[in-house]
Design a protein around this ligand. Structure first.
Ligand code: ZN
Length: 314
């Protein structure tokens, strides 16, 4: 009441904990041919406090469209409270069209190509005995198992085709980048050459060319590899009959039924099996008997055989 004033202060912090939203226009994976220009499809950014932040987006990364490869562009934006959002776009540059496609020769007559992945293993010797008994040939997409490497040699000597599958079958390392995939592929090609004396160019992608698991590690990778490896002189094989021995089928009878219903009336069939599964090997004798009774020849894959390529999903 005498006019003396007391002052106290309270600090109020207006804090924003919400990061901006950053959205890419167009796809997060763009495929170009070598020499084709990259045109940035653009992006939009917004924030709960700052509003439109599109002009504040920073783009980093370089693309060399003169060289095939998988390139990454990084986009990031920060609001005035330091909340940050980043996204990536992959740009896949492929040299498709610079090299002729290998010619595929459709076999005469009815053919079953039995193919076995992930071996050799404890059941491979028995499988080779069965194949020998009926004098039929198959294809082995092999992995690096030093303990069983003599079985790769035996399979090759007995007239079966040997193709590359993978050194490790570890998706997160082999599908990290084109370089990581090449290292695995060429590594296994060398292992096979040391064992058999022959350089094979046949291969099967772990999970097939239609796998989506690789998308988690490198967007656009399968689009890149399926084109580039053909240019490099390799032939990849998927399948048009799945025995489902890696999931679904758990007995020899189920494997047999899946295979014969899958082959059906097809003129040629590339059958997927795994010789590391006992019950799948157990089904082979019945499959061969059925195939022979129905007029099929069992042949090993060759570079010109039909690849039965799946639709690439990454
Ligand atoms: Zn496999």
């Amino acid at each position: 009441s005498s006019g003396n004033v007391a002052i106290a202060e309270r600090e109020i912090i207006y804090s924003d904990l919400v990061a901006p939203i950053l959205k890419l226009n167009g796809s997060d994976c763009v495929t170009l041919r070598v020499g084709q220009n990259y045109e940035e499809p653009g992006y939009v950014a917004g924030d709960n406090c700052d509003g439109n932040l599109t002009s504040k987006v920073r783009v980093s990364g370089t693309i060399d469209t003169s060289k095939s490869g998988v390139y990454t562009l990084s986009y990031s934006v920060e609001d005035r409270y330091g909340n940050k959002t980043s996204v990536e776009r992959r740009v896949v540059v492929v040299s498709v069209g610079t090299s002729p496609k290998p010619s595929v020769v459709v076999p005469d007559g009815k053919v079953i190509y039995l193919t076995f992945d992930d071996g050799p293993g404890p059941h491979t010797a028995r499988l080779l005995d069965i194949l020998k008994k009926y004098d039929v040939k198959a294809t082995f997409f092999v992995t690096n198992k030093p303990k069983y490497k003599n079985l790769i040699k035996r399979a090759s000597e007995e007239g079966h085709a040997i193709g590359i599958h993978t050194m490790t079958h570890t998706y997160k390392s082999i599908y990290k980048s084109p370089e990581a995939y090449y290292k695995d592929l060429y590594g296994m090609q060398d292992v096979i050459e040391k064992i058999t004396g022959k350089k094979t160019t046949l291969f099967r992608f772990p999970g097939g060319s239609s796998n989506t698991v690789s998308r988690k590690y490198c967007k656009g990778l399968m689009t890149f590899l399926t084109k580039e490896l053909v240019v490099k002189g390799f032939q990849y094989f998927d399948w048009n009959v799945d025995s489902k021995d890696a999931g679904g089928a758990k007995t020899a009878e189920q494997v047999f039924q899946n295979v014969i219903s899958g082959v059906g009336k097809k003129q040629y069939a590339v059958v997927l099996q795994h010789d590391v599964k006992k019950y799948s090997v157990d089904a082979v004798e019945s499959i061969i008997q059925w195939g022979l009774a129905n007029g099929y020849a069992f042949l090993p894959l060759e570079p010109s055989s039909p690849g039965c390529h799946h639709n690439v999903k990454n």
